[in-house]
Ligand binder design. Structure first.
Ligand code: GUN
Length: 297
């Protein structure tokens, strides 16, 4: 059997189109566009690329994009003052401070300064807490995107065995929480887990989010399992001096046993921006006090 390839790019495109239509409706109803502010500190190459593509995607989805670029030596006080201005700006529904920040800045303090109701990344402790106790809030984009692809493929996840490899605040922990809320039986595995291949072999659903190139092998996978690969690792390519992207899963060999699998690139990655737009639109409807028709976004 060869696994079905879960096309994250197509899935993300279709979500972006839905969000774009509802954002146009929002603009009519509210008399203004939904707005996303993105803050970038410093010159990090990868972050610049992300921020540019987030801005472009925001405009394409019929929303307003506000980009704030601050120098790499900006003071913590200046950054916090900008976040405070965005918190009270009625044109701004969502605020995203691009991470990582330069080392001298306190990331947790900056995230805590964002209004939880504009925290479309879902990184604020209030939103982590809301997710943990089942209250409405914002859920981090990458795990929410993974969840959308899983429910699209599998429908009801009740009683399924899910193994999440990785325990980060941004992916592993919220992913486990979402799976638990969907009534899966959830295991969080990590670098100290004993007999990791044996643990993963139990899983009907595997979510790999560790940042180790091609760590998950064919013999770790129960036949027919659904495998979601969150890893984005740059490794040396066969051709001298070139690099290529690989996930945390050995795609070719795992495809021989899994039921379905997300590729890298083109799997989870494109979903992250699509869900960011979705969260921003939801924030706009909530902030404007307008009901969002249907909750299938
Ligand atoms: N850096 C890499 N991915 C992300 C993300 O999803 N949100 C933020 N704020 N920074 C990031």
């Amino acid at each position: 059997m060869i696994a079905e390839r879960i096309d994250g790019k197509a899935f993300a495109q279709s979500l972006r189109e839905r969000v774009g239509r509802l954002a146009a409706e929002f603009a009519c109803k509210a008399g203004r566009k939904a707005g996303l502010a993105v803050v970038l500190v410093g010159e990090d190459q990868a972050s610049q690329v992300y921020v540019r593509s987030k801005g472009k995607a925001t405009l394409e989805a019929n929303m307003a994009s506000f980009e704030h670029r601050l120098p790499a030596d900006v003071s913590g006080a200046e950054l916090l003052a900008l976040v405070e201005r965005l918190n009270v700006d009625p044109a701004v529904d969502g605020i995203l401070v691009q991470l990582p920040l330069p080392g001298y800045l306190d990331e947790q303090a900056v995230i805590s300064a964002i209004s939880p109701d504009k925290d479309v990344d879902g990184f604020h402790v209030i939103n982590a807490g809301r997710l943990s106790v089942g209250q409405t809030g914002f859920v981090p984009c990458t795990p929410l995107g993974c969840m959308m692809m899983l429910t699209d493929r599998l429908g009801d996840l009740s009683g399924l065995e899910a193994v999440v490899i990785g325990r980060s605040n941004i992916v592993g922990k919220p992913m486990a929480q979402l799976l638990l809320d969907a009534n899966a039986t959830v295991t969080i595995a990590h670098s100290r887990t004993k007999n990791l291949p044996d643990v993963v072999r139990r899983a009907d659903i595997v979510v790999a989010a560790v940042g180790r190139p091609e760590m998950v092998r064919k013999d770790w996978i129960k036949p027919g399992a659904t495998v979601i690969d969150v890893g984005i690792n740059r490794v040396a390519a066969a051709e001298e001096g070139k690099t290529r992207l690989v996930g945390d899963v050995a795609f070719d060999e795992v495809s021989e046993v899994a039921g379905a699998i997300t590729p890298v690139p083109g799997g989870v990655g494109p979903m992250t921006i699509a869900v960011l737009l979705r969260n921003t639109l939801v924030a706009a409807y909530r902030n404007a006090g307008i009901a969002l028709a249907g909750d299938d976004l």
